[in-house]
Design a protein around this ligand. Structure first.
Ligand SMILES: C[S@@+](CC[C@H](N)C(=O)[O-])C[C@H]1O[C@@H](n2cnc3c(N)ncnc32)[C@H](O)[C@@H]1O
Length: 184
């Protein structure tokens, strides 16, 4: 992690404390970063970028392993902040931003996907996972945030990834709870 990116993450963490951004925790960002470095996905998809705090973690890892991030965010003010924060961090060239509703656009994606980070509306995770499944490469990994803080609304998602035999799934007690599911 270079010093400039560390400073930007730090500023965004302060902003997040004021509210309205709903960013992942620092430790969740570090966990996703380490997992990406270890597993070396080529194409990473994020649903729900907000102002780009999590996207900066994903793109910093992507830069190290020569991967690409595709991220979806449909609120125009958030997209503006996302672009500006990625530019400040010199990471914009590793990220393709789709400024639209992921539910409308995920199905159009041409790329095969290796790593997904779900952090949009909690009641849409399962629908988004199903839209992405036909695009998965073997051993694709799905990281879903808020599975402890929003466990009731995520019941259908958690039931699916923990009972469908095509996934191996594990809960990590990090931040608001992260479910890591891998295609086996
Ligand atoms: C929890 S915040 C994301 C925080 C961000 N991942 C981070 O940690 O920095 C959720 C974001 O997802 C966006 N969002 C929710 N549903 C979406 C959808 N279907 N398509 C695109 N963006 C969506 C919201 O506008 C909001 O900015």
């Amino acid at each position: 992690m270079d010093e400039r990116i560390g400073r930007i993450l730090n500023e965004l963490e302060k902003l997040n404390k004021i509210g309205g951004q709903w960013n992942i925790s620092h430790e969740t960002g570090q966990f996703l970063y380490d997992l990406i470095i270890e597993k070396k996905p080529e194409v990473i998809v994020e649903v729900g970028a907000s102002n780009g705090y999590s996207t900066i973690w994903l793109a910093t890892a992507a830069r190290r392993i020569n991967a690409k991030v595709i991220t979806y965010e449909f609120v125009p003010e958030k997209v503006r902040d996302l672009v500006s924060n990625l530019q400040k961090a010199n990471l914009i060239k590793y990220v393709q931003i789709i400024p639209d509703d992921a539910n409308k656009r995920l199905g159009e994606m041409k790329e095969k996907v290796d790593f997904i980070f779900l952090d949009g509306r909690k009641n849409e995770y399962l629908q988004q996972l199903k839209l992405l499944e036909p695009k998965f490469n073997s051993n694709a990994i799905i990281a879903a945030d808020n599975v402890i803080s929003h466990k009731h609304v995520l019941e259908d998602y958690l039931y699916y990834v923990t009972t469908d035999s095509k996934y191996k799934s594990e809960l990590k007690d990090i931040g608001t709870g992260l479910e890591i599911s891998q295609l086996i």
